[in-house]
Design a protein around this ligand. Sequence first.
Ligand code: NAD
Length: 461
Amino acid sequence: MVFDVEAADLLIRDLRKKFRDGKTSSYEWRIEQLKLISKLIDESELDIEDALRKDLCKPQTESFIHEIAMSKKSVELAINKLKKWMKPEKVSTSIVTFPSYAEIIPEPLGVVLIISPWNYPFLLSVDPIIGAIAAGNAVVLKPSEVSPATSSLLARLLPQYLDESVVKVIEGNVTETTALLEQKWDKILYTGNGRVGRIVMTAAAKHLTPVVLELGGKNPVVVDSNIDLKVAASRIVSGKWACNNGQTCIAPDYIITPRDFAPQLIEALKQILIKFYGREPLNSMDLSHIVNLNHFQRLTKLLDDVNVADKIVLGGQRDEKHLQIAPTILLDVPRDSLVMKEEIFGPILTIITVDKVEDSFDLIIQEEKPLTAYLFTNNKELKEDFVRNISCGSICINDTNTQKTNLNLPFGGVGASGMGAYHGKFSFDTFSHNKGVLHRTLFGDVPVRYPPYKPAKTRLL
Ligand code: NAD
């Protein structure tokens, strides 16, 4: 059956009615659904890993750590904190409204749309759903067609476990997403690239629908020379290649390091890569493959750019049939080359050298605000300057990728890397409206506020 604008319209009318009838608002309904998500994760581990293997050849350990365990951690936190998050917050009042009391009540927004991407297709679908349900909303998920095995698994599992009258999955591609975007939603959370982010925001603007855009960008890694090189190299390699072979929104995109230190850094990265993936990385079972031929060709185009052909210092091997590209490092490519202009989102890492580490700041600030920025150093002042001067979605000092595991930190971009944030309590807030309520009594009325005005007395208030 075709899912067109008419079907989308019927769907949202039905969901809105159920939302208005209060189907999703009670603590009991929310907690039950969250527990069912937890159960779904526990009982479907093998199916999830299998789908991720089909879509991305994702190693089982990575599927478990980055998708299954992260989703589980997120839902457990929501289950444990839901009561606290839902509780109205009492705030102080002023003499002007005496006697009174005031509170902030988090209320559900209504019917929300989640559009998820292919790179962490399970986590990035389920994690926003956890926030939307915790906040008491009806939800529609549109998973990515680029990861079809996970998309169909979600379409099978979610209705099997959750309240399918108010949690829906619509599979499809641009046609289905466009039909959904025509509708009036109460919030849209979109994860993906900035081009589609603009399409989403334009569609949302027609209805004044607020959006969260979880986009990407070029994430810099500044590497100082005063570090434990082995630890730093392991953590850079891990955040780049051991996370979906670079197909991660917060993966290191390019390194900036002092010129005289670059040879040591490259050697250390090389040794760690050999240790992790052997001398024939295309034979390794521990590297995800590129998701499809389009993305494979996009990445090989970056490498085949004549401006960078002689800049490969490591890797470069590829296998189109199996959609594999080896971990590849490029040194000092021209700043206007494609690989420096586009988000890489794959196993290629470039290294830019500078005279001194402080020169990295200008290079980063000249570019669009990244989703994340990394710094490896033991220099306290440099750390402080970096945190103060680099505007980006998040920062992690002396590691990569691990900031996402701290659910007390907001996860989201700024500027070109997105808007809004989620994770932990931020997910609940993202899908709630904080309603300010002032409770007054009918006694203690102060007539000075009413006409005819007496300015001298009003000033006493
Ligand atoms: P994708 O191709 O899977 O697209 C994401 C979603 O957009 C899909 O559901 C798809 O159906 C929909 N879509 C595609 N074209 C559309 C159109 N014309 N109109 C409406 N909807 C459309 O994923 P992608 O964009 O290739 O994902 C990679 C990007 O996502 C990278 O830039 C990456 O950095 C970013 N990303 C960001 C985060 C984050 O949390 N900030 C996480 C993962 C990925």
